[in-house]
Design a protein. Structure first.
Length: 204
């Protein structure tokens, strides 16, 4: 069986590794990041109003630019007490003042400072878009429910993981990688994307 190239629309090597771990057993895949295909400096403007729209924009643009099967995601944190914020702006929350993950989750904690725990409900959502060049993308979605804690804990994660409180009392950033991959929004979305990817890899 020949190796199939799969572009994951990320510049983050850690994220690429996470995808490989979750989709282990998919077959003989050459996993590629944007840097690997010379697209590390290409930016796709996320103008969509939903995670699905943004995932689709990125999947199509990078698939067309690279000329290969491409997987892109858009994900974020949805906090009920903040009317769904930060939502699609999760990676840009508080910009331009907030420039790091710590800045963003500290701003979130500040904005929720007077909200009691029962009202601090939130969920992480992730939508995967998968596209071939010059074709419309197909989508898969995953989400995980929880609350926003009062202070960060844990070091095994990024983004808002240190303040996302799971029903069992642990922060998402306190989970070992294998357990996190099983229950995370991205892990669930990737698992849901398996039938789509397998259909492409079997010859479309």
């Amino acid at each position: 069986m020949s190796t199939t190239k799969l572009l994951v629309a990320t510049k983050n090597r850690g994220k690429l590794k996470e995808y490989q771990e979750i989709l282990d057993g998919l077959g003989d895949i050459e996993w590629l990041s944007l840097w690997d295909v010379g697209l590390g400096h290409m930016e796709v403007e996320e103008t969509g109003a939903t995670f699905e729209e943004n995932a689709g924009l990125k999947a199509e643009a990078y698939a067309n630019a690279a000329g290969m099967l491409t997987l892109a995601d858009d994900s974020g944190l949805v906090v009920d007490a903040l009317n769904g914020a930060p939502g699609v702006y999760s990676a840009r929350y508080g910009a331009p003042e907030a420039v790091s993950d710590v800045d963003r989750y500290q701003l979130l904690l500040k904005n929720l400072a007077h909200i009691e725990m029962p009202q601090r409900t939130a969920h992480f959502a992730c939508v995967i878009g998968i596209a071939l060049p010059n074709q419309s993308p197909k989508f898969a979605e995953g989400r995980v429910e929880g609350h926003i804690g009062f202070e960060p804990r844990g070091s095994n994660g990024f983004g808002y993981d240190p303040v996302f409180l799971l029903p069992d009392g642990r922060m998402l950033a306190e989970l070992p990688s294998d357990e996190k991959n099983l229950i995370s929004h991205r892990g669930r979305a990737l698992k849901a994307s398996l039938p789509i990817l397998k259909s492409y890899l079997a010859g479309r």
